[in-house]
Design a binder for this molecule. Structure first.
Ligand code: ZN
Length: 477
């Protein structure tokens, strides 16, 4: 049996922080201070009717992320059955940005952070709209860009934002945008004319459009496209009355479904069975005494994910092992049933922010909102608010601590499973490094990490380990 070491206990008590390591190289994310620059809450987010993504049949969220302070990225986009061409467009954009970031900022050790979060704009009838918000802190400028993607279920076609406006009306629409922008602080008429004289740059500038709840069409311009306001980016809304005659047939349907969502989304996908959700139920409280036996806390971050989390729950149940899930709010919203299943099976559900930004780079009100929004989603799913949070990248400072009542949890065994998609390597790392009272970091968004779990449970169980939640470990130490 291994000896008890001091380090895991310190980590558990939250007295050892990674602040120094993580605040170094804090370049690039200056744009996050402006209201429009909040990841996951890009232009036009507030006036739109809320879409409940858990109602979208067969929805999967495609996640990728690291948990390392030297290479901070978290990306997500939805994969909706029937909208394959739209998913392919998002996948291409996200993978391109991620590759550039990993080959540049990560490999060069330049620091910075890449965050791509998603938001549903409409998911009703035959209209689907999604906005991706990218915060790229590896370069100069605010690094914030937004783009909306559309799927026309009636035509079975992916459409860009400009596809909301009829081709013959685009010149009139652009003139209306210029009229509204004229006089705005920092607006550059020459830059506007340059951008709109070339079809390719015009399409790129008009890549973020969505309807407001009252039927207006709101256009978001990334900083620099038509000028540079002192803070944030330009948002222009063309009223319903003005814009309606200019809309394409799909634009009209998307407008109608945004204003009054009529029914569930139906893109004509042939077969979208909901993945099975395990129904294990914990038999009462865990009475493991970690003073007497060897305990270890497995923690799984960034989920829930379908179908990986469901598979993991089945493995854990086979060994009567309990674990802690640090869930990301935008994934909780997509898969509340998996969060409910985690809680019912006796696992602990913790908070890992809404869309995985480095919290130390955000102002206090955004830190609070990232965590409060996620706690609310967890409570709605599992019936109980979390008491623990894990800061993305382990990045924490006094501002983050002051912004929440949640207790921070770091880790002492890092599998680096985001970097090594190899079940044997991941399992071996845990088996070699886990000590009594260790907190082990893994991610249930990766099928290879989940595949490593049976070997971990089998080997460590044979060595006398007991798998408990973080709160249980803290309470019995
Ligand atoms: Zn994470």
């Amino acid at each position: 049996m291994r000896t008890h070491t001091l380090v895991p206990s310190l980590l558990l008590l939250g007295t050892l922080s990674l602040t120094a390591a993580c605040s170094a190289g804090s370049s690039g994310l200056s744009g996050t201070a402006s209201p429009d620059a909040r990841p996951g809450s890009g232009p036009g987010s507030s006036p739109v009717h809320g879409v409940d993504p858990s109602k979208i049949k067969g929805l999967e969220i495609v996640n990728d992320s690291s948990e390392q302070s030297s290479c901070r990225f978290a990306t997500s986009y939805p994969d909706v059955p029937g909208a394959g061409a739209m998913t392919a467009a998002m996948k291409k954009d996200v993978e391109q940005r991620l590759t550039t970031f990993r080959e540049g900022a990560c490999a060069g050790g330049a620091g910075g952070e890449l965050n791509v979060s998603h938001q549903f704009l409409v998911a009703s009838g035959d209209a689907l709209g999604v906005r991706l918000t990218t915060q790229d802190g590896s370069g100069a400028g605010s690094g914030l860009s937004t783009r909306t993607y559309w799927y026309d279920g009636k035509a079975g076609t992916y459409r860009t934002a400009l596809g909301l406006v009829a081709e013959g009306s685009r010149d009139a629409f652009i003139t209306a945008l210029k009229d509204q922008l004229r006089g705005r602080e920092g607006f550059d008429g020459t830059a506007f004319d340059d951008t709109f004289s070339d079809p390719a740059s015009r399409d790129a500038a008009l890549d973020d459009m969505a309807f407001t709840a009252d039927g207006g069409l709101r256009v978001g311009f990334d900083r620099g496209e038509v000028g540079a306001p002192a803070a944030g980016s330009y948002l222009v809304t063309v009223s319903k009355k003005t814009v309606t005659p200019w809309l394409s047939a799909f634009g009209e349907r998307a407008q109608r479904q945004t204003m009054a969502p009529s029914r569930s989304l139906d893109l004509g996908a042939a077969n979208t069975p909901a993945p099975a959700v395990p129904t294990h139920t914990a038999s009462g409280d865990d009475d493991t005494d970690c003073k007497k036996v060897t305990c270890v806390a497995l923690t799984f971050d960034d989920g829930p994910a379908a179908p990986e989390t469901a598979t993991l729950l089945t493995y854990l149940a086979q060994y009567r092992a309990r674990a802690t899930f640090f869930t990301v709010g935008q994934n909780v919203a997509a898969h509340p049933d998996l969060v409910r299943a985690e809680a019912q099976a006796g696992h602990e559900v913790g908070n890992h922010s809404w869309n995985h930004p480095d919290l130390t780079k955000l102002p206090p009100e955004q830190i609070a909102s990232q965590l409060a929004r996620t706690s609310a989603a967890i409570k709605a799913a599992a019936g109980k608010e979390p008491t623990l949070f894990r800061p993305p990248y382990g990045a924490i400072n006094s501002t983050v601590r002051a912004a929440t009542g949640l207790s921070p949890v770091l880790w002492d065994v890092d599998t680096e499973d985001w970097k090594y998609p190899d079940p044997n390597k991941v399992a071996q790392t845990v088996i070699d490094k886990a000590q009594r009272n260790s907190v082990v970091l893994m991610h249930d968004i990766h099928p290879t990490s989940v595949a490593a779990v049976p070997q971990i449970l089998r080997t460590l169980t044979a060595r006398g380990y007991h798998f408990v939640t973080v709160s249980h470990l803290r309470a019995t130490l």
